[in-house]
Design a protein around this ligand. Structure first.
Ligand SMILES: [Zn+2]
Ligand SMILES: [Zn+2]
Length: 463
């Protein structure tokens, strides 16, 4: 039964026994993911993410110091989850779990995790990314940062054990979080894709999902972002082959070769590196966010770009100096991997186009967008603008060299078949996709009353 959430007095220590869920953010919308689950008197939080478009809008004026941002204003702007909806649970929170290192899942940690006297637990890569972020912004958290390996389990309280289920996604070491309780398994399943041929890491741990199904999944939250897309989401090897063609299947000798992709997509960057070596160009990673994710991978020995000859340039002065060297020695001696796949105005690619460096594009230079346009404003207009500028300079464009990291309809059906949940909440999707996910649930013969549509801040009692 869905109820509007009405905060109770903070003094109240006892709750009625059972399982209750409050979807703080990220349901019926894409972004600011955060869900709280109460199991008897203990509360567990999944994710604390940013709503990227709202966050970018809010921080549009140059924000040099994250710690100076006003948290209440961020809440009001919808840039971070409005965790006032769980004020009455605050003192009972026992752990904060992070499923993976994307900003829509971890980006709000610096702003609100201090409200909770609980450790933050994530896979080694997720925690490495968070630590890099905190170090860059000089932010200190009160929370302990703990790692749990994909497929690892940890007893959190007397009655609840957490398990991290390894899955594939567009960032390394993504996990689904399963809470083993006396009421059954509570499964937080976002974001994931069922990729049987990942370029980095292993395929999803299907046996574990099946075992959870055997043990009895009381409720799951499920990534419904691509539920309207028929079939299976193509594997990362498909994106890899598209990239091979764009980099090696055409004649780009004597010309600039520039690639932009998601900075956190380490598997994609690994493919860029492998094909880049074959071009005999010196490979450069340029931009702060690329440095952040690549160096986090190196820190935990997940993948080492530097040892394979990549030069990572993080700071403005390093980059400026390098561009001068590039123009002097010849653009065709380098492969430039840069930030800016959505055409963001402050990114490296936009600055190159705007001639903010001693660099300019010439006719027949090559630019590869190994990404898709995230279909929200302002991304659509930013990308249109930058592509027009590049075309005006005569640059050859390669776009949509990409496969998504999210499950499509048949993957989600497979997920339901393996885990056989009694209840389900579609998440990480706008209302039309939520409806489509419920349609799929009904198609599979599941009781319609056990599919729950929740908006941000609503709550649901399940046991
Ligand atoms: Zn996400
Ligand atoms: Zn993600």
């Amino acid at each position: 039964m869905v109820q509007q959430n009405t905060p109770q007095s903070q003094q109240q220590a006892q709750f009625p026994p059972g399982v209750e869920i409050i979807t703080v953010g990220g349901t019926g919308e894409v972004g600011r993911n955060m869900t709280a689950v109460r199991v008897d008197d203990d509360v567990f939080i999944f994710d604390m993410g940013l709503h990227m478009p709202n966050y970018i809008k809010f921080t549009d004026e140059d924000v040099s110091d994250l710690s100076k941002l006003n948290v209440d204003a961020l809440r009001k702007a919808g840039a971070i989850p409005n965790d006032n909806s769980i004020t009455h649970w605050r003192k009972h929170v026992k752990a904060i779990f992070l499923g993976h290192g994307h900003l829509d899942h971890i980006g709000a940690v610096p702003f609100i995790s201090n409200n909770y006297h609980a450790p933050i637990i994530g896979s080694p890569y997720t925690i490495a990314v968070l630590k890099t972020m905190l170090r860059d912004e000089k932010i200190q958290l009160k929370n302990k940062l703990e790692t749990l390996s994909p497929n690892g389990t940890r007893k959190i309280t007397k009655n609840v054990t957490a398990e991290f289920v390894h899955v594939t996604h567009s960032i390394p070491q993504s996990v689904l979080v399963a809470l083993h309780t006396k009421y059954g398994v509570i499964l937080y399943a976002t974001d994931f894709k069922f990729d049987n041929n990942p370029v980095l890491g292993k395929p999803p741990h299907y046996e574990c999902l099946k075992r959870l199904g055997d043990q009895g999944v009381l409720i799951t939250m499920v990534d419904a972002l691509y539920v309207t897309r028929p079939g299976k989401m193509p594997s990362e090897v498909v994106a890899r082959e598209m990239l091979r063609d764009a980099m090696l299947g055409v004649d780009n000798r004597g010309k600039a070769l520039v690639i932009t992709t998601f900075s956190s997509h380490i598997a994609r960057l690994k493919s860029v590196l492998e094909f880049g070596k074959q071009t005999k160009r010196k490979i450069l990673f340029m931009g702060r966010s690329l440095a952040k994710y690549a160096l986090a991978a190196e820190e935990i020995d997940l993948f080492n770009f530097t040892k394979q000859g990549v030069e990572i340039l993080k700071y403005g002065n390093q980059v400026r100096r390098k561009f001068r060297e590039i123009m002097k020695r010849g653009k065709d001696k380098f492969l430039l991997v840069v930030t800016g796949h959505q055409g963001e105005p402050k990114s490296m690619l936009s600055k190159m186009v705007d001639r903010k460096f001693d660099f300019h594009f010439d006719s027949d230079d090559h630019v590869i967008f190994s990404s898709s346009v995230i279909p929200v404003e302002p991304n659509i207009s930013y990308r249109k603008t930058i592509e027009q500028h590049l075309q005006h300079d005569g640059v050859r464009l390669y776009t949509d060299i990409h496969c998504s990291g999210h499950a499509a309809r048949e993957d989600i059906r497979e997920f339901f078949k393996l885990t056989r949940p009694r209840h389900m909440i579609p998440t990480h999707a706008e209302p039309n996709k939520v409806d489509s996910c419920i349609q799929l649930w009904k198609e599979m013969g599941q009781p319609p009353k056990n599919a729950h549509v929740l908006k941000a801040g609503q709550r649901l009692k399940v046991a």
